[in-house]
Design a protein around this ligand. Structure first.
Ligand code: ATP
Length: 309
């Protein structure tokens, strides 16, 4: 944990003024409402660039991201982020904030405890313009219209991005897909269920595939079947395509795969939803065949997920 956060947490613990019941109800309502920026984000998404280019660029950025995952990144919290964490403490969502679980380009994930002592995952989206721009580019590649909007109110757009992940988590959970339970979102801070125990996160599928874990083909088959079942539910019930589904975005906890990183999921109405779905299917086929599962053909999976013959 950075020194800044440490000092901040100690200070706020003594100074917290808890919200009233009415205020909490108001806050709950606020979470349900779509902000202007969220609408704007949806509009911008509709105008994303050609699918081929987008998919290729995503692949490249993913490789970069995986490489960077293992590099240490300096912790930098700006005042507004500190104030957002403070507000979540005041609301009784976060009790204490601990160390970093992951330091990606777009977000940092921290382990925290609720005031009742329950483990929480706190995902903080970076508000640094350059960082966010790089991150969101994989999604809305250098679209000049986006650049314009971004210049006008990038910070608010980031808040919308965090809320989008919160909503997508809700939508997935409602459709019966195992995701971290979304707890709260405020500004660029998203609070969700911690997948793991005592601040030790559960493994990702990519880690589970390492030889020392020695999972049997039957066990992999079971995980594969569950992931496909999730994909069917995503498409047919949640009416969303994950759009970045692979072994880096699926955790494994208590015998079940758990889908994470859903901020970039798109509705089926998105012009490139089908392209993203095809890419997700290819990624899943590639990974599971590499661990010995006899995966069905692309066409078979595609028709199962979409329900189209
Ligand atoms: N709910 C959670 N519980 C425990 N660990 C989590 C949780 N959510 C995310 N993580 C950890 O944090 C990492 C990054 O989370 P996520 O993929 O949502 O963010 P990201 O912005 O895409 O980050 P990255 O750029 O590193 O992929 C995950 O790979 C996982 O190790």
């Amino acid at each position: 944990m950075s020194k800044k956060v440490d000092e901040f947490v100690t200070k706020t613990e003594e100074e917290l003024e808890k919200p009233t019941e009415e205020e909490l109800e108001e806050l709950e309502k606020e979470l349900e409402e779509e902000t202007e920026e969220e609408e704007l984000l949806e509009e911008v998404e509709e105008k994303s660039p050609p699918p081929k280019e987008l998919v290729q660029k995503r692949k490249f950025l993913k490789r970069q991201k995986d490489k960077d995952m293992f590099e240490t990144v300096e912790e930098v919290f700006d005042t507004s982020t500190l104030m957002a964490v403070y507000e979540l403490m005041r609301r009784g969502v976060i009790g204490e904030l601990f160390g970093t679980i992951s330091a990606g380009k777009e977000a940092r994930v921290y382990c925290a405890k609720s005031p009742e002592g329950k483990d929480l995952a706190v995902k903080i989206y970076l508000t640094n313009t350059a960082e966010f721009r790089k991150g969101i580019r994989k999604y809305i590649l250098g679209d000049p219209r986006f650049e314009q909007i971004a210049n006008r109110g990038l910070r608010r757009l980031i808040y919308a991005w965090a809320r989008k992940e919160f909503r997508n988590l809700k939508r997935f959970a409602k459709a019966g897909i195992r995701v971290p339970e979304p707890i709260s979102v405020y500004k660029n801070v998203l609070v969700m269920e911690f997948i793991g125990e005592n601040c030790k996160r559960a493994p990702l599928l990519v880690e589970l595939a390492k030889p020392e874990n020695k999972l049997s083909t039957e066990e992999w088959q079971k995980i594969f079947d569950t992931v496909v079942d999730y994909m069917v539910k995503m498409y047919q019930k949640a009416k969303l395509v994950h759009a970045d589904l692979n072994e880096f975005n699926i955790m494994y906890w208590q015998g079940e795969p758990v889908i994470i990183d859903v901020s970039q999921a798109v509705p089926l109405s998105h012009p490139y939803a089908d392209e993203f779905l095809r890419h997700d299917i290819q990624q899943i086929r590639r990974f599971f065949s590499s661990v010995g599962v006899e995966v069905p053909s692309f066409a078979e999976l595609y028709s199962k997920i979409t329900g189209m013959e």
